[in-house]
Write a protein that binds this ligand. Structure first.
Ligand SMILES: CC(C)(COP(=O)(O)OP(=O)(O)OC[C@H]1O[C@@H](n2cnc3c(N)ncnc32)[C@H](O)[C@@H]1OP(=O)(O)O)[C@@H](O)C(=O)NCCC(=O)NCCS
Length: 274
């Protein structure tokens, strides 16, 4: 078997950030980190990830796809795709939700990021999550990225299959915010588009909107049938179907505003969004 999906270990963190940067930059990552993903940004992100992982080992899962056919000299331990998930296996109280947000907010700021971009993106992510899943039990696909030279080999699908199987075992729906690049994969895996995330990269001088779509895969991929299932599904997707957000008031071009190609992203690789 050439490709294999396995749990990540701490020693894989550098490979993880290399892949995330390669997969998401240029694009929102470049907008968020206009001077690149500097060594200090990487180190702080890594520490933040490790804290979350160690604090919530049952909830936070990080997976890697390894290509065993790559040479031993491969710089990233033969890792060609990574994903990070959070599994909230039961409904949470207001206090628990507040605690989760406080934990995320207590993380030190990542150096060298663009504050307004990250804040606006993080706020949009939080708003959608609060509206769509709120305190309900659900699985979050926080991020999935595949090294560009290994796209369309089924690696993204392997990550999705792993997470969906886990969510099915736990009997919970799966939620994510899809980049335009990720959306075809998610549609194919049974996710439904609920709404467009209220974030428009043009507000920050970017030439394209970098639209993200909030998507939900119902429990076991099934539409609700019984009245109780219907009630749960309604509370999980009380938002209206996908629609364009109202354009925000335009902000001036950032002074660093170098050209960034349209791309992707569904979450920030550093825990800015709770
Ligand atoms: C999105 C991403 C994870 C997909 O990974 P991948 O390993 O290339 O995807 P797979 O090979 O598993 O694709 C499975 C199916 O998804 C669909 N798909 C995947 N990428 C697609 C694309 N760029 N355009 C259209 N359909 C696509 C296809 O149906 C594909 O099956 P096929 O190749 O037999 O036609 C990868 O393109 C990536 O890392 N992109 C940059 C980061 C990103 O946007 N991540 C998603 C954040 S929401």
């Amino acid at each position: 078997m050439t490709l294999e999906i396995l749990p990540m270990v701490e020693a894989d963190m550098d490979a993880y950030f290399d892949i995330i940067w390669a997969a998401f930059a240029p694009g929102l990552m470049a907008l968020m980190y206009p001077n690149g993903f500097t060594a200090s940004a990487r180190e702080q992100s890594k520490q933040s990830y490790l804290r979350e992982w160690q604090r919530h080992p049952e909830r936070t899962k990080m997976m890697k796809v390894v290509d065993h056919s790559l040479p031993e000299t491969h710089p990233g331990n033969k890792i060609i795709g990574v994903s990070k998930w959070r599994f909230f296996t039961r409904d949470r109280s207001e206090a628990e939700l507040a605690q989760e947000k406080a934990e995320a907010a207590a993380e030190p700021a990542i150096p060298d990021h663009d504050g307004p971009v990250c804040e606006a993106f993080g706020a949009a992510v939080s708003k959608c999550k609060d509206e769509i899943v709120g305190r309900k039990a659900y699985a979050l696909l926080y991020i999935v990225g595949v090294a560009p030279e290994h796209h369309r080999r089924g690696v993204g699908k392997m990550h999705l299959n792993w997470g969906l199987r886990e969510a099915d075992r736990l009997n919970i729906p799966v939620y994510l915010e899809a980049s335009e690049m990720g959306r075809p994969l998610y549609e194919r895996m049974g996710f439904e588009s609920l709404k467009t995330m209220p974030f428009d990269a043009r507000d920050f001088g970017y030439p394209e909107s970098l639209e993200h779509t909030c998507m939900l895969r119902p429990v076991k991929g099934k539409k609700a049938t019984s009245p109780s299932e219907l009630k749960t599904a309604q509370s999980l997707s009380k938002s209206t179907p996908s629609s364009k957000p109202a354009l925000h008031q335009r902000k001036p071009m950032p002074s660093t505003g170098h050209a960034i190609e349209p791309a992707i992203r569904h979450c920030i690789p550093n825990g800015i969004s709770a």
